[in-house]
Ligand binder design. Structure first.
Ligand code: IPM
Ligand code: MN
Length: 353
């Protein structure tokens, strides 16, 4: 019987409406298993810029630090996207949150649903057995290395920089995840070109000696991009840097048939953050059209992280039975669709509390 303080950063676009479904499901878990979740809402992203001028107001950061978990919706708005001169952007809120909280490990599971293989851009037979976890380093590399302009602004640079300690801790997450899954770890890098990648390889090779039960292999990122399309079932756990992980996890996320299915967690510090991997879809906001499954599965990861693994499993089971019954939002069932809110109700009801 636990009592938990959850920081809810629902953000922009469809963020608030999918988070509402996640909360609906968490509340039902509370009833069934006897827990209480206390939700504390705070602004982040474009909404926060509108309200305070800051995409991550100090009050929001303070709330996150004193909570048991952060439940995050989505951020971003097109009015910020095409003006390179803007100094303040919604995305800065997310990046600062990751850095300030020390959330260095981003876990993105990608699995196919048997009843949805017709939605995959790949032929159904290529989706058989697809079940992988992308472990993306989240607080280093090109995202946070020195960047700037020279020559009166005509030359621009971003630095990809990693320390041994940063590599070790994320690769360790990869080894542990592989040990709890099918025992296979793939390090994805560009060690034929980049010095930072050569450090990743060196450190990972050294760590392999202490992890003899995990089968380790190495793959260059360009080949990995190709292999994710040609034969995604070959992967169990992929560990990679911040930028490669961003690109590969977005590419992999469409394999299951809809971006609206995939959850993520960002962990490494006392408090973890849980969010759907999709963006804010501003055109769909407020229309009861968004798929809440990614957010609800993120709530399941949140439960796991709080040590409530049976509760997380119950949520995943409720999602599976709901999808198996053939209902879904318009991304899954254009002919027989249900809205965001109704989909949330169905999954909550499948929890049977
Ligand atoms: C993600 C997003 C972010 C990233 C953006 C919004 C800064 O694409 O979480 O993958 O690049 O990390
Ligand atoms: Mn991304």
């Amino acid at each position: 019987m636990g009592s938990f303080k959850i920081a809810v950063l629902d953000g922009d676009g469809i963020g608030p409406e999918v988070i509402k479904q996640g909360i609906k499901v968490l509340d039902r878990v509370g009833v069934r298993f006897g827990h209480t979740f206390h939700y504390h809402f705070a602004p982040v992203g474009a909404v926060a810029i509108d309200q305070t001028g800051d995409p991550l107001p100090p009050e929001t950061l303070a709330l996150c630090k004193e909570s048991d978990a952060i439940f995050f919706g989505a951020i971003g708005h097109p009015r910020f996207d095409n003006d390179p001169t803007l100094k303040v952007r919604p995305e800065q809120g997310l990046l600062r949150l990751r850095k300030e909280l020390g959330l260095y490990a981003n876990l993105r599971p990608v699995a196919g649903y048997a009843q949805l293989t017709h939605l995959s851009p790949l032929r159904p037979e290529r989706m058989v057995g697809v079940d992988m976890l992308i472990v993306r380093e989240l607080t280093g590399g090109t995202y946070f290395g020195e960047k700037g302009r020279r020559d009166g602004g005509n030359t621009a640079y971003d630095t990809c920089i990693y320390s041994r300690a940063e590599v070790e801790r994320i690769v360790q997450v990869g080894f542990e995840a592989a040990r709890n899954r099918r025992g296979k770890l793939t390090l994805v890098d560009k060690a034929n070109v980049m010095e930072s990648s050569r450090l990743w390889r060196e450190v990972t090779q050294e760590m392999a000696a202490n992890n003899p039960d995990v089968a380790l292999n190495y793959m260059f990122v360009d080949n990995a991009a190709m292999q994710l399309i040609l034969n995604p079932a070959q992967f169990d756990v992929i560990v990679t840097d911040n930028l490669f992980g961003d690109i590969l996890s977005d590419a992999s996320s469409v394999l299951a048939g809809s971006l609206g299915l995939l959850p993520s967690s960002s962990v490494g510090a006392a408090v973890g953050m849980f969010e759907p991997i999709h963006g804010s879809w501003p055109e769909g906001a407020g229309q009861d059209r968004a798929n809440p499954v990614a957010t609800i599965l993120s709530a399941a990861m949140l439960l796991d992280h709080l040590g409530l693994v049976a509760e997380g499993d119950a949520v995943r089971h409720a999602v599976n039975t709901t999808l198996e019954s053939g209902v879904g939002t318009e991304d899954l069932h254009p002919q027989h669709k249900v809205g965001t809110n109704a989909m949330g109700d169905l999954i909550a009801d499948a929890l049977g509390a």
